[in-house]
Structures are given as structure tokens and as C-alpha cells.
Design a protein around this ligand. Structure first.
Ligand SMILES: Cc1cc2nc3c(=O)[nH]c(=O)nc-3n(C[C@H](O)[C@H](O)[C@H](O)COP(=O)(O)OP(=O)(O)OC[C@H]3O[C@@H](n4cnc5c(N)ncnc54)[C@H](O)[C@@H]3O)c2cc1C
Length: 335
């Protein structure tokens, strides 16, 4: 029978892991608390008097430098899911028509339970049971945690002290992101980096495959984001727009739409582990925080964990009984 594997988190890391495992014949279920897959690769749409506007309010683009990732990106490009975005740099790509299109495309091939917050993971004799708010799913032969480090630490800590400690010692940095629809185009380049309190700003409607009214995504730098972290979004939206105006030296028109989003765990740390995997427990972890704060790293982490899990399954088939008990053959952290 195909091994049953549950992946908690359907961001880029969880999806890459799912792809690798499903390609090897595993029966994969992803569980995610969000309304749609993608996590920090997300796109928001709003109706305005000038038509629909869209914002990539998490990841703005992704880089592709690793050969394995590059070859996957080439497939997505051939399918029309991603395009290069030269304004953001030589190695920059975006999904079309919004960043969320890529995780949605990958998730379409898998069984994904959306809108399901995982509260706990319990390993019993028959396998892993995943406790949700109102019910439990399982049993699964193996379980993967594919969440930002702080959220991973909470779940992993209940299952394995070492894994929990690795995640807990890899804190993320926050980011306030403002989304503004303006009544007319402003005189500014399509991409602005590190200007005053602004870490990044981009004209979303000018990215490849986008259209619609003048829509700006404005991200505060880490210091500003930390300083205003506990303020209300409604309070932050005009303050961040003011900072944007100061950064580009322009007085901005009254926006048709102004909303701020707080990403508490925006930029991951770097645990320098690539992934965590315990064959004995049948428990793994992947995510950007294991390599560094990028979409490409999240994909590489999930893909590498999937490969390690497949390797264990092959070993197990050729030598049944190996790495089957707790504490036997534990490879807690790969290099
Ligand atoms: C504002 C911002 C700008 C960024 N800009 C860039 C950029 O330009 N280029 C770049 O490469 N990267 C950028 N990043 C980073 C990039 O988005 C991440 O590195 C990458 O998306 C991380 O993927 P992941 O799968 O590791 O985690 P995530 O995308 O965070 O996925 C984790 C998933 O777990 C789910 N989840 C969390 N807790 C639970 C729970 N208890 N139960 C069930 N589900 C749960 C979430 O809903 C989410 O879908 C940016 C991030 C932010 C926030």
C-alpha cells in the first residue's frame, strides 16, 4: 500500500515536498489554515471605481538560481504560469496573473484541506493523528511540518524536543505591507528599494501579466515594521502611505483604496539545516527558515525533504525493520 503522508502547511515548501512525494507514489494530504494555498505567496483583489485592482502582498517575485529549481521554473514558464520580471533583477520571476497562481497551480494536483487550523499532532501506534479545531484527521504513516519557524516550533515541540528547539531558535522578522489604489498614475519608477522607511515598493499593475488601475504595494523596512508592529492596520495604512510619499518626494493623491497587512513572520531566519527528518518518528520539517528567506529556498527545502523521505522508504523496502522504531536511525538534521 502507498504510504500515507500528511503535510501541515500548503505554502511553497509544503507543496514542493508534496510534489516530490506524490511523484514517488505516496498518498499525500496537505492541511492548511488559509482559504487558499500559497501562504506568503498570496494575491489580493479589490473592486474599485476604476475596476478591479490586484496586489501581491507577500512575496513580490522569486529568484531562480539553483539548477534543480531552474529546471522546474522552465516547466512552469512553458505552461505560462510564470514570467521573468527584469525590473526586479536578472534572476527574478513572477507568477501570472498574480503570485498566488503558482501555488494554486501546484496545489491543483494534490489533496488539500483548506481552512483547517492544525492545533496538535499526536503519534499513536497506528501513526500520526492531526488534531484540527473541531475534528481529527489520520492516521498517517509520516508527517511533515511546513510552517514558518515560530508556528513550526509550536507543533514540533509537542513531538520532538530537538526539532522544536531548532525551530524556536530561528526567529523571523515582521513586515507591514500597504496596498493602495490611486486615482491616477504617479511619477515613480515601477520598483523602489530601500528609500527612507520603505524597504520595497512596486507598481503591481505594471508587473508581467497584470493590468488594472494604479495599484501600489508598499512594504515598510524591518525597523519601521517593528516600531509599529502592534498598531491597528487601519492606523498603519495612512502612516505607511505618508512614508511612501516622503520616500519618493511626491505628494500623493487621496487613495481609492488603502489597506495595511501585518506579516508577523515575513522574513525567516536561516537555520542552515535544509530540512529536518527523523525516519524513526516519521516526522519531518521544511520551510524557508531552514535555508533562508526566499521562495526558492522554501521550494528547495521541501523538495530536499521529499527526496530524503523517499530514500527512507526505499531503504525500508530493501531492509524492512530498519529505522522503524523511535530512536533508531534518526537523522535529525541534514547538512
Ligand atoms: C511581505 C513579504 C515579502 C516577501 N518578498 C519576497 C520576495 O520578493 N522574494 C522571495 O523569494 N521571497 C519573499 N518573501 C518570502 C517568501 O514569501 C517565503 O520565503 C516563502 O513563501 C515561504 O514559503 P513556506 O512554504 O516556507 O511558508 P509559508 O508560505 O508561510 O507557508 C506556510 C503555510 O502554513 C499555513 N499554516 C500556518 N500555521 C498553520 C497551522 N497551525 N495549521 C495549518 N496551516 C498552517 C499557512 O496558512 C501557510 O499557507 C516575502 C515574504 C513576505 C511576507
Amino acid at each position: 500500500m502507498a504510504p500515507r503522508i500528511v503535510i501541515v502547511g500548503a505554502g511553497m515548501a509544503g507543496l514542493a515536498c508534496a510534489d516530490a512525494l506524490a511523484a514517488a507514489g505516496a498518498q499525500v494530504t496537505l492541511v492548511d489554515k488559509g482559504r487558499a494555498p500559497g501562504g506568503r505567496m498570496s494575491t489580493r483583489r479589490v473592486e474599485t471605481a476604476l475596476g478591479e485592482a490586484a496586489f501581491d502582498h507577500g512575496a513580490q517575485y522569486f529568484t531562480a538560481r539553483d539548477d534543480r529549481f531552474l529546471s522546474r521554473v522552465a516547466h512552469w514558464a512553458a505552461e505560462g504560469i510564470v514570467s521573468r520580471w527584469p525590473e526586479a533583477g536578472e534572476h527574478a520571476w513572477v507568477a501570472r496573473p498574480g503570485m498566488s497562481a503558482l501555488p494554486r497551480h501546484i496545489a491543483g494536483k494534490h489533496d488539500v484541506l483548506q481552512g483547517r487550523l492544525v492545533r496538535a499532532m499526536v503519534r499513536k501506534l497506528d501513526g500520526w493523528h492531526i488534531r484540527l479545531e473541531e475534528d481529527t484527521v489520520g492516521p498517517f504513516d509520516q508527517a511533515v511540518v511546513a510552517l514558518p519557524a515560530e508556528q513550526a516550533a509550536a507543533l514540533l515541540g509537542m513531538c520532538d524536543f530537538t526539532f522544536g528547539r531548532v525551530a524556536a531558535s530561528c526567529p523571523s522578522q515582521p513586515c507591514w505591507a500597504g496596498m493602495y489604489v490611486l486615482p491616477e498614475p504617479i511619477a515613480a519608477p515601477p520598483v523602489i528599494r530601500n528609500a527612507g522607511a520603505i524597504g520595497w515598493a512596486a507598481r503591481n499593475n505594471a508587473k508581467p501579466g497584470r493590468s488594472g488601475p494604479e495599484a501600489w504595494i508598499v512594504q515598510a523596512d524591518t525597523n519601521w515594521s517593528k516600531q509599529f508592529l502592534e498598531r491597528e492596520p487601519a492606523e498603519v495604512a495612512p502612516l505607511l502611505l505618508e512614508q511612501f510619499g516622503l520616500a519618493i518626494g511626491a505628494s500623493l493623491p487621496e487613495p481609492l483604496h488603502a489597506v495595511a497587512h501585518r506579516w508577523r513572520y515575513a522574513r525567516s531566519g536561516n537555520a542552515a539545516k535544509r530540512y529536518l527528518w527523523s525516519p524513526a518518528l516519521g516526522l519531518g520539517a521544511c520551510g524557508d527558515w531552514l535555508i533562508g528567506p526566499r521562495v526558492e529556498n522554501a521550494w528547495l527545502s521541501g523538495d530536499a525533504l521529499g527526496a530524503a523521505m523517499i530514500e527512507t522508504m526505499r531503504d525500508h523496502r530493501s531492509a524492512p525493520g530498519r529505522a522503524s522504531g523511535i530512536g533508531i536511525g534518526v537523522d535529525r538534521a541534514s547538512a
